[in-house]
Write a protein that binds this ligand. Structure first.
Ligand code: HEC
Length: 438
């Protein structure tokens, strides 16, 4: 069985880092027909929700049984209508709309859920279809799709996550044997420990540096809740040099789904290589950090100062000194974050919205993986314009305190803003070649 699912347009869909098994679809019931759990709603939940909402996962409740789904009916309706659940927060009116990992519900599916809730969440006759078969806890998610375990696994050293619910950071540097010959990375997965780590690792990075090399660090993995792997596009790879190496970990523990301590937590990163002898046409820089708060070189907090009960907009620009292909983007702000977008200002004066998150939620660090043909191909001299909107009012449901002044900081109650952009820098010939192929 394929671990990718197929939505109603026949497109393959995949949630970044979280594969949804299944593939059953129910036609939207016609107006006037009864909407039931067993007949209409369960198939939607099976396909779009229960990979997370099941026992042993990190979501608050299991939606595998009717009673729980009924108990949560009101809040389910609200969350799906607001398009907060399933977590997919891209603006549907502007920017790229074709994503490899789009897990959003269709308008009909949302209407079906709303009608079911409004009708009193009836169970309906018979049984729901059998629930999907889940991956074993702690297994590599990419193993099924890439049909083998990782070619190289690196591990962090153990950290005792305290039961105090506070932000905690862990940054060990760990020596590894490395590989004998340089290899091209095709995919990576960042795996918190199971079951404890997945409830406490909020985001993390792993950087790889060979001890005999030029000191350059390769960003081999970036993780956030909602994002745990990346498979580079066809023809794209990241070159991992040979030799003994040091992996520098930057782990942010923010116990968000448990109040219990997690002793000896170890994070793993798995790397899958392109086959030996295959040289991808394009070398990717992976996810590159574009700051909007202009922290680099600026006094910290110099750019973010949000008054109580107010909104704030900040922008940052970055001009590309080489042509580039954009594969993905992943906005990052904290609890006051509301919107974040990336626009292209082309050398010929045109301006284009590439992608916009209009429903940002700090819990979720989602990578929006753009479909192959829709990946923006940008000429040298293009300026990327990033816009971040903060909402420090009481209307923001997750605002910890709208009466505070908010400044730059690493804690979730402070603010920051940057976007991780999956980018491959190109030489002019590669740009012309890709342009001609479009
Ligand atoms: C990728 C994992 C994931 C998927 C898929 C997902 N959820 Fe969630 N859901 C969560 C997590 C984690 C939370 C708690 C954090 C939050 O609210 O963002 C949550 C919260 C919720 C809540 C709020 C519960 C409360 O007590 O307030 C509802 C309702 C909900 N989800 C419904 C759904 C429905 C319905 C679907 C499918 C249409 C769905 N979710 C898909 C992970 C997921």
């Amino acid at each position: 069985m394929t671990r990718r699912t197929v939505d109603r347009t026949g497109r393959r869909v995949r949630l970044a880092g979280l594969l949804l098994a299944g593939g059953m679809l129910a036609a939207a019931p016609a107006a006037g027909e009864d909407v039931t759990f067993t007949g209409d709603v369960a198939p939607i939940l099976w396909k779009h929700c229960v990979e997370c909402h099941r026992p042993g996962s990190f979501a608050p409740m299991s939606l595998l049984d009717y009673d729980t789904a009924k108990r949560y009916a009101g809040v389910i309706k609200r969350r799906v209508q607001e398009r907060l659940m399933p977590p997919w927060h891209v603006d549907r009116n502007v920017g790229v709309q074709a994503y490899k990992n789009d897990v959003s519900l269709s308008d009909e599916q949302i209407a079906t859920i709303a009608r079911w809730v409004d009708a009193g969440a009836p169970r309906g006759p018979g049984d729901p279809p059998p629930p999907p078969v889940f991956r074993k806890g702690g297994a590599w998610q990419l193993e099924a799709e890439l049909q083998r375990p990782p070619d190289l696994i690196v591990r962090s050293t153990p950290y005792d996550v305290q039961a105090n619910g506070q932000d905690q950071w862990w940054g060990p540097s760990v020596r590894v044997d490395g590989i004998d010959e340089p290899r091209w990375i095709q995919a990576y997965e960042f795996k918190p420990s199971y079951p404890g780590g997945m409830k406490v690792v909020h985001h993390g990075h792993a950087y790889y540096r060979t001890t005999g090399g030029d000191g350059r660090e390769l960003p081999i993995a970036h993780y956030g809740v909602g994002k745990s792997y990346e498979i580079f596009p066809q023809d794209v790879g990241m070159l991992l040099p040979a030799g003994e190496a040091v992996v520098r970990w930057n782990l942010h523990y923010a116990p968000f789904a448990t109040t219990e301590a997690v002793p000896d937590d170890v994070v793993e990163v798995g790397l899958w290589f392109h086959p030996e002898g295959v040289t991808p046409r394009i070398e990717t820089a992976g996810e590159v950090l574009f700051r909007v708060d202009r922290m680099g070189g600026m006094p910290r907090g110099g750019d973010i100062l949000i008054p109580p009960n107010s909104y704030k907009v900040i922008q940052g620009i970055h001009t590309l000194d080489r042509p580039a292909l954009i594969q993905s983007f992943r906005p990052h702000m904290h609890t006051r974050g509301k919107e974040m977008s990336i626009e292209a200002l082309y050398p010929d004066g045109r301006r284009e919205m590439l992608g916009k998150i209009d429903n940002y939620r700090h819990n979720w660090q989602i990578t929006y993986l753009i479909e192959e043909g829709a990946q923006p191909l940008l000429p040298q001299g293009t300026t990327l314009l990033f816009t971040s909107v903060f909402d420090n009012t009481a209307a923001n449901e997750i605002n910890p305190d709208p009466n505070q002044w908010v400044v730059f900081g690493r804690r979730g109650v402070d603010e920051m803003s940057h976007m991780w952009v999956g980018i491959s820098y190109l030489v002019e010939e590669q740009y012309q070649m890709l342009l001609a192929e479009r």
